[in-house]
Design a protein around this ligand. Structure first.
Ligand code: HEC
Length: 160
């Protein structure tokens, strides 16, 4: 029993020598979603607080990211999240992909899948009220439609 405990402690100490890389790629404002869309301040703050840590090049790491394996877990979320959607490079996406991501973003919030539950527990400011959710969903829908209409993409809901 004592030996197992020692092995666990040694392993825990050893993995601390494999920290994560907390540097962010340089964020280019001209590529950033909130900048190019001139998102109204209030909505922008909601999106920044709830999504940007995992879906942008402006991830902020909490102190416990310095403890492994927590840091690995966080980094994995950030890498996976950015692969799906990186607001910092939104301008480089093809228009069709942009529209699709806007649609998915609204759906994720609607279904309560985003922000991830594990994130909300540690970031109370990312907990969205029903009104916050509606504001974000409506905004993403509006941007989606705007992209579809201006680029002649299918699924544009014609305004009356
Ligand atoms: C704690 C990190 C984290 C936060 C915060 C977060 N996401 Fe995600 N997101 C992920 C990860 C990881 C994935 C990829 C795996 C998955 O789909 O669960 C993902 C996937 C997505 C996808 C692609 C889903 C699909 O259809 O495949 C969208 C869109 C998305 N997130 C939007 C958002 C929005 C909008 C917010 C803010 C309201 C948000 N996310 C907050 C980690 C996060």
């Amino acid at each position: 029993m004592k030996r197992i405990l020692i092995i666990i402690i040694v392993a825990f100490i050893l993995i601390q020598f494999f920290p994560i890389d907390k540097s962010n790629p340089v964020a280019t404002p001209q590529m950033d979603f909130l900048t190019i869309k001139k998102t109204p301040e209030k909505t922008a703050t909601l999106i920044r607080n709830a999504c940007y840590d995992c879906h942008s090049n402006e991830s902020k790491y909490p102190w416990y990211a310095n403890i492994q394996p927590i840091g690995w877990f966080l980094q994995d979320h950030i890498q996976e999240g950015k692969k799906e959607l990186n607001f910092s490079t939104f301008a480089t996406y093809e228009k069709k992909r942009q529209a699709k991501k806007m649609k998915e973003a609204g759906e994720m919030i609607e279904k309560g899948e985003m922000p991830l539950d594990s994130y909300i527990i540690l970031h109370p400011e990312a907990k969205l009220s029903a009104a916050d959710k509606k504001e974000m969903i409506d905004y993403f829908k509006m941007v989606e439609q705007d992209i579809r209409i201006t680029n002649d993409l299918p699924d544009a809901v014609q305004k009356p």
